[in-house]
Design a protein around this ligand. Structure first.
Ligand SMILES: Cc1cc2nc3c(=O)[nH]c(=O)nc-3n(C[C@H](O)[C@H](O)[C@H](O)COP(=O)(O)O)c2cc1C
Length: 165
C-alpha cells in the first residue's frame, strides 16, 4: 500500500512539472444552464477527422451533466486570463455570473477574449479509471492573435520573452 502511495506522489510530481496551456471547457446542461470547468488535460488527437480530447474527474460537480451533452466548447485561455483559470476551478462560485461570455450559433456558452475556441460534437466517451475521456470532433474554430496562458507547478504565467528570440 505504501509503495502505491509513493508511486502516486512521484506521478503527481512528474505531471506537475509538465507544463501545459489552460482551457475552460463549457457546455449547456439539460436545463439550458451554462456549465464549465478549468481543464489542462486537453490534447490534440486526429486531423482526419479533426479530433481533440480532454478528461473529466468523476468527482466534478457537473460530471453527469457533461456526460449527457452532445457538444462542448474548449475555450483556450490567453495569457491575461489567469483569473478565469482560478474562477472555473473554484467550488461554489457562480462562474458564469463573474465572467464575460455569450451563446454561440451552435448554442454553446463561449467565453470572451480568449486565445481560441474549438466547438466540438461529442465523438466518444472512454471510461478511464477515476476520469472519463471525452473525445470531440471539432466543428467550429475561432482563433485570435494572442499569447497563451501557461500552467506549471500550480502556477500560471506567460511564455518567457526568451522564447521569441
Ligand atoms: C490548471 C487546472 C487544470 C485542471 N484540469 C482539469 C482536468 O483536466 N479535468 C478535470 O476534471 N479537472 C481539472 N481541474 C479541476 C477542475 O477545474 C475542478 O475540479 C472543477 O472546476 C471543480 O468543479 P466543481 O466545483 O463543480 O466540482 C483543473 C484545475 C486547474 C486549476
Amino acid at each position: 500500500m505504501e509503495e502505491k502511495n509513493e508511486q502516486v506522489i512521484k506521478y503527481r510530481q512528474v505531471m506537475g512539472n509538465y507544463p501545459t496551456g489552460v482551457t475552460v471547457v463549457t457546455a449547456l446542461n439539460d436545463s439550458e444552464q451554462p456549465i464549465g470547468l478549468t481543464v489542462n488535460s486537453f490534447a490534440s488527437v486526429s486531423l482526419d477527422p479533426l479530433l481533440i480530447l480532454w478528461s473529466i474527474d468523476k468527482n466534478v460537480g457537473t460530471y453527469e451533466e457533461f456526460l449527457k451533452t452532445d457538444r462542448f466548447a474548449v475555450n483556450i485561455l490567453a495569457s491575461h486570463q489567469g483569473d478565469l483559470c482560478t474562477l472555473f476551478a473554484t467550488r461554489g462560485e457562480d462562474r458564469f455570473a463573474k465572467c464575460e461570455w455569450e451563446q454561440s450559433a451552435l448554442n454553446l456558452p463561449v467565453l470572451s477574449n480568449t486565445l481560441a475556441v474549438l466547438q466540438c460534437k461529442t465523438y466518444r466517451q472512454v471510461d478511464a479509471g477515476d476520469h472519463m475521456i471525452l473525445i470531440g470532433e471539432v466543428v467550429d474554430i475561432q482563433n485570435a492573435d494572442k499569447e497563451p496562458l501557461l500552467y506549471h507547478q500550480r502556477k500560471f504565467g506567460e511564455i518567457p520573452k526568451s522564447f521569441y528570440n
